[in-house]
Write a protein that binds this ligand. Structure first.
Ligand code: KG4
Ligand code: ZN
Length: 386
């Protein structure tokens, strides 16, 4: 890997208590080109570049090899004209930066471009797709459309996320494998027959688990994204030996199927907090900490129960956990304990690759043989793995 950069929008959205879609789209338009320039300046010797655009960050990753080729002014101008009607009105910021991006006339040694087609917020996905299409036309290389969730799967298989100019191998999987994908938008159990061949065997009926973390954080007056704040308070509660008098529900824990539901858990927290405020006027720090601990335990127990069910029902030989929520230490510990008990390997992403990043998209692109006719490339907000 030659270079991997992320421009996070988390702080910007934090003031809205969640992702503000129009702002997210505009920020992608502003940030993609400068971020690509940074990557190419740092590593002028590249092989794969991926750009992804979704709700939390604008990301670019570049991998391997040398030398550049000069693109003529005529070809640059012709490509700009070709894309003017597609980009100018929809993404004025992207258009403005592309039009002045002379550095793009030095084509790096890149074989293909991997871009996220979904799932995600469609307006933001379009920014990445349109930029990828422009680059592919300018540099005359293919595009590979990538499913964001497949990115999370391969991110957990990366041997190392260190930028050192080498191609990093993936850890080998025993099949069939099971991926538990837990992010801000998804909670899924995916059976992996082989990389590229997936079956969703369980999913949430309502909120995603990361969404529940974010909504509960909001109820408790904690900043967005809520996961890290809740997990910090829960850890403090444990260190201080605080126990919650409140018992939250463990939604669907008794059901035989592999469905999840987190919206009721969030509502339960809301009522507990309302009752507490009625009685005490405001939230007390210790109450918050112990409630965070109880919430995390409810999430942990629910996810663990379904993970065990899925392992037993499907003859699973290895486990992958992916998505931003697996940054959570309690969940990591719990899933590792389960796989130890079953004597099967578990693959977890590093802290850098658990949240959204372009490296995982580039990696999935490097593994894919199929190129796309990029005129047909579309953002697909609800794209599924199978
Ligand atoms: O995969 P991701 O970066 O973006 C999506 O594709 O959604 O996941 C973001 C989610 C957010 O909901 C965030 O609150 C959650 O991951 N998250 C955590 C932790 N760190 C991030 N949830 C629980 N504990 C954490 N330490
Ligand atoms: Zn994600």
């Amino acid at each position: 890997m030659r270079s991997s950069l992320i421009h996070s929008q988390a702080e910007l959205h934090s003031q809205y208590g969640g992702v503000f879609p129009t702002l997210a789209k505009r920020e992608h338009g502003k940030n993609l080109v400068p971020l690509l320039e940074k990557v190419l300046i740092e590593y002028s010797h590249n092989k794969i570049v991926s750009t992804t655009a979704n709700h939390t960050a604008t990301k670019i990753d570049a991998t391997q090899k040398n030398n550049t080729e000069t693109i003529s002014n005529e070809h640059f101008e012709k490509t700009l004209r070709e894309y003017e009607s597609i980009i100018k009105d929809h993404d004025p910021d992207l258009w403005n930066s592309i039009s002045h991006a002379d550095f793009l006339k030095q084509k790096p040694h890149i074989d293909k471009i991997a871009v996220t087609e979904g799932p995600g917020l469609e307006p933001t996905l379009w920014v990445g797709i349109n930029f990828a299409r422009f680059l592919a036309s300018l540099w005359q290389i293919p595009i590979v459309p990538i499913n964001h969730m497949e990115g999370h799967i391969v991110a957990s298989l990366l041997e190392s996320d260190i930028v050192d100019g080498h191609f990093h191998k993936l850890k080998s999987l025993s099949l069939p494998a099971l991926a538990l994908l837990i992010s801000g938008g998804h909670t899924e159990l995916v059976k992996i027959h082989e990389l590229g061949n997936y079956n969703i065997i369980g999913q949430t009926k309502d909120d995603a688990v990361g969404e529940a973390f974010d909504k509960v954080a909001r109820i408790l007056g904690l900043p967005y994204p809520g996961g890290p704040h809740i997990s910090k308070l829960a850890e403090e509660a444990e260190v201080e030996g605080l126990e919650s008098a409140i018992k939250l529900p463990r939604p669907m824990i008794g059901s035989k199927d592999l469905s999840f539901s987190f919206s009721g858990l969030k509502t339960a927290v809301l009522y507990v907090v309302k009752d507490y405020i009625k009685l005490h006027k405001k939230l007390d720090a210790q109450f918050k900490k112990s409630l965070c601990l109880e919430f995390e335990r409810a999430v942990e127990e629910t996810l663990s129960k379904k993970l065990i069910q899925a392992i037993e029902q499907n003859g699973i030989k290895s486990i992958i956990v992916g998505g931003g929520v697996i940054a959570n230490k309690r969940l990591k510990k719990s899933f590792t304990r389960i796989t130890d008990e079953y004597g099967i390997p578990i693959f977890l992403p590093s802290l850098h690759t658990s949240g959204d990043n372009a490296l995982m998209i580039a990696l999935a692109g490097a593994l894919t043989r199929q190129d796309s006719n990029h005129a047909n490339l579309r953002a697909s907000g609800t794209k599924r793995l199978s």
